[in-house]
Ligand binder design. Structure first.
Ligand SMILES: Nc1ncnc2c1ncn2[C@@H]1O[C@H](COP(=O)(O)OP(=O)(O)O)[C@@H](O)[C@H]1O
Ligand SMILES: Cc1cn([C@H]2C[C@H](O)[C@@H](COP(=O)(O)OP(=O)(O)O)O2)c(=O)[nH]c1=O
Length: 211
């Protein structure tokens, strides 16, 4: 089962995923937390660097994301699906739409069409978008001492537009397949955000056969 957390840098994805993973562990589920550029994967360091090197070449950036997506699908998602694991994934296709989709060379519509009709990546069972303002995301990153390379180099405008893409695409999915998407107000205190996310995840798990 594939559950994806989305949202701009600093909205709380990594923290929430860890909270959900612990909650599920207490219930006896061995969920896997992962991401396509995650430090635990042997290919990720090179591809993260490639993503940064190509910051001014959107077509190459998109190619790099697709390479990471392919490695991750074959190395992580397919084996986990074979074991009927719950996978908690930090970012997926909606991040590509929100970030790479801002370029006129790889517009959101093209990214959506490619993923629907050309590539064969697994479809998430549930995508949860953590929604907060860019100011909140910046404050949280500053408070955590986390490097803000992305926001520093791309600028606030980029992240405001990314937020808009997240919300408009989530609303579009909600109109067609409401049980595949949740928007959670990530301005709330962490416990409240976690509570909402855990409720959404639990609702899904009850309907499936998972390990
Ligand atoms: N709802 C929240 N309220 C306050 N602080 C939060 C909340 N969610 C996350 N944080 C804090 O914000 C910082 C960034 O969170 P993180 O999970 O690393 O974000 P992301 O993975 O989306 O970049 C961390 O220090 C985290 O503890
Ligand atoms: C999945 C994905 C990530 N990215 C970017 C967002 C992040 O800047 C970077 C790595 O993601 P992530 O691992 O979430 O960032 P962090 O370094 O904060 O842990 O990759 C894209 O630009 N497009 C994508 O499709």
């Amino acid at each position: 089962m594939l559950i994806v957390l989305e949202g701009i840098d600093g909205c709380g994805k990594t923290t929430v995923i860890e909270g959900v993973r612990k909650h599920l562990a207490d219930l006896g589920f061995d969920a896997l937390a992962t991401s396509e550029f995650g430090h635990q994967h042997p290919w990720a360091k090179r591809l993260r660097q490639e993503l940064m090197d190509n910051v001014r070449d959107p077509i190459e950036q998109y190619r790099t994301v697709l390479k990471a997506r392919d490695e991750h699908m074959n190395g992580v998602l397919i084996p986990a699906a074979g074991l009927q694991k719950i996978v908690l994934m930090d970012r997926y296709i909606m991040s590509t739409m929100a970030y790479q989709g801002q370029s006129e060379f790889t517009p959101v519509r093209q990214i959506m069409d490619d993923h629907a009709n050309v590539f064969n990546f697994p479809v998430a069972d549930l995508t949860i978008v953590l929604s907060c303002t860019v100011s909140t995301a910046i404050k949280r990153q500053q408070a955590s001492g986390k490097a803000m390379d992305a926001i520093d180099s791309a600028g606030r405008e980029f992240f405001s537009r990314a937020s808009e893409i997240y919300i408009s695409s989530a609303n579009a999915i909600a109109r067609q397949r409401p049980n595949k998407i949740r928007i959670v107000d990530a301005e709330q205190p962490l416990d409240d955000v976690l509570h909402e996310v855990i409720n959404a995840v639990s609702g899904l798990i009850m309907t499936r056969d998972v390990a």
